[in-house]
Design a protein around this ligand. Structure first.
Ligand code: NAD
Length: 359
């Protein structure tokens, strides 16, 4: 049966980088007989310009009908003055909530060829390959009640509520255990169970789930220690799973270990494994239209899409290997350029990955 991929180029460098990723997807589609079909739609500023809103009904409908979505990026100064509800970013939030994308997967991979780009010593990070699984639609960012209230003594008090139900913990736990099964079989659950009851429950559910995944080795770590271990010895981790707020912070910390934002892919999945895949970076308006953006984060997002939503592991691996080969050849876009390497454009980088995939 054919599988539907929806391409949402978006704004700024979005169209440039999605064009390169699309070429790669079409190539592996042929090479591995994946039976993928492709469609495109408008989102973000591009959709506002054409229809007045960031997430047109047609785009949402196509997104719902697709098996996976590849997004470039949205936003830019042109739309910054619009009221909140009509801003490009609302297009993304609308897709996340309508498709119930509760699991955010953020790998931090440091290709040995780029070890010098990290702010940590090369021997600490070279070859780093970790995956952070962050709960995306619950926890303290969404818990009720929340707000700022007036106290009887005349001062104001701000408050939020950190809540997770068993089912919310279980579904993100399953995504993490299954991801660990597809990788090196190690899962570290991050909590603050020495202080927060909600994460005592989190820990309990993770232990319960571990019995269903005997091939995965589960460990627990407090979030303060995890933050420290990520900069002390990040290669000890394979997969980390954590709640929304801790994941927000740890995934940015892990991303910076690699030093290059143009290399980092991400995925947001729902219970049916339908997913939206996108680079971690934004629309980079400062370099849009110049043909110098790094397309590799988007190309690696396409590889994640093949692995997690389209059950095409071999094709995913082929793309990741091709990216590594291109870096071996010394080809670099401006953002990852180092002396002695060859500076290439967005399109040249895409073509080089295509060539590395072979005939
Ligand atoms: P940004 O990630 O777009 O850019 C930060 C810096 O990194 C810029 O100097 C940019 O040139 C560079 N950069 C980013 N991606 C690159 C790439 N692939 N190759 C080479 N260089 C790259 O972040 P920003 O400047 O804070 O935001 C710009 C716009 O993007 C804003 O409108 C913001 O709201 C939006 N944004 C969108 C998303 C998304 O679509 N998911 C995420 C973050 C920001």
């Amino acid at each position: 049966m054919s599988k539907k991929v929806l391409l949402l180029p978006g704004d700024g460098i979005g169209p440039e980088i999605v064009t390169e990723a699309e070429k790669i997807l079409r190539k592996v589609n042929e090479q591995f007989s994946l039976g993928l079909t492709f469609d495109q739609a408008l989102v973000g500023g591009a959709a506002i310009d054409a229809t007045g809103i960031p997430l047109p009904e047609e785009t949402l409908e196509k997104a719902k009908q697709s098996d996976a979505i590849l997004l470039g990026a949205v936003g830019g100064p042109k739309w910054d003055k619009l009221e909140m509800a009509r801003r490009p970013e609302k297009g993304l939030l609308g897709l996340r909530s309508n498709l119930q994308l509760f699991a955010n997967l953020r790998p931090a991979i440091l290709y040995p060829q780029l070890a010098a780009a990290s702010s940590l010593k090369p021997e600490v990070v070279s070859g780093l390959d970790i995956l952070i699984v962050r709960e995306l639609t619950g926890g303290i960012y969404f818990g009720q009640p929340r707000g700022v209230r007036d106290l009887e003594n005349g001062e104001r008090q701000g408050f939020n509520t950190y809540v997770y139900s068993e089912s919310e913990i279980r579904r993100i736990g399953r995504v993490a255990f299954e991801a660990a099964q597809q990788r090196n079989g190690k899962l570290c659950s991050v909590d603050k169970a020495n202080v927060l009851e909600v994460t005592v429950l989190w820990r309990e559910i993770m232990d319960e789930l571990a019995k269903e995944y005997p091939d995965v080795e589960l460990s627990h770590m407090y979030v303060d220690n995890a933050a420290m271990q990520l900069v002390r010895a990040p290669k000890q981790f394979d997969v980390l799973v954590t709640g929304n707020m801790f994941g927000d912070i740890l995934s940015d910390e892990a991303a910076m270990l690699t030093g290059s934002i143009g290399m980092l892919p991400s995925a947001s999945l729902n219970a049916e494994k339908q997913g939206m895949y996108e680079p971690c970076h934004g629309s980079a308006p400062d370099i849009a239209g110049q043909g110098i953006a790094n397309p590799l984060a988007t190309i690696l997002s396409a590889a994640m899409m093949l692995r997690y939503s389209l059950q095409a592991d071999a094709a995913a691996l082929a793309i990741e290997t091709a990216v590594s080969q291109v870096l071996d050849q010394g080809l670099r876009t401006a953002d990852i350029y180092a002396e002695g390497c060859e500076r290439v454009t967005t399109q040249q980088m895409g073509e080089a990955v295509l060539a590395a995939l072979g005939a």
